[in-house]
Design a protein around this ligand. Structure first.
Ligand code: SF4
Ligand code: F3S
Length: 104
């Protein structure tokens, strides 16, 4: 599966949702997640993210992100259409410790 990681937080550009063939992105207040059981591993979303927040779970230390994506994809509504990024997107792109400091 692919997963959304912390640089999406407070950016939420949403370019990713338009290209997903199985509509498996889910939307929270300030980030998106991918449902790991619905993702078909096509990889087309990864290069679409301006914040480089989407990663394959084959990279090291992704277990925590798979669990994060699974947990919230079961609680949040699906998103299939691009919308405006959050107003904080540019200034927050690349900030450290976004999960601890800014996730809500
Ligand atoms: Fe959707 Fe493909 Fe990205 Fe998985 S890898 S979330 S199926 S676009
Ligand atoms: Fe987030 Fe990147 Fe999609 S910032 S909303 S994963 S395009």
């Amino acid at each position: 599966t692919y997963v959304v990681t912390d640089n999406c937080i407070m950016c939420k550009y949403t370019d990713c949702v338009e290209v997903c063939p199985v509509d498996c992105f889910y939307e929270g207040e300030n980030t998106l997640v991918i449902h790991p059981d619905e993702c078909i591993d096509c990889g087309v979303c990864e290069p679409e993210c301006p914040a480089d927040a989407i990663r394959p779970d084959t990279e090291p230390d992704m277990e925590k992100w798979v669990e994060f994506n699974r947990k919230y994809s079961e609680q949040w509504p699906v998103i299939t259409r691009k919308k405006d990024p959050l107003p904080t997107a540019e200034e927050m792109d690349g900030q450290a410790d976004k999960l601890d400091k800014y996730f809500s």
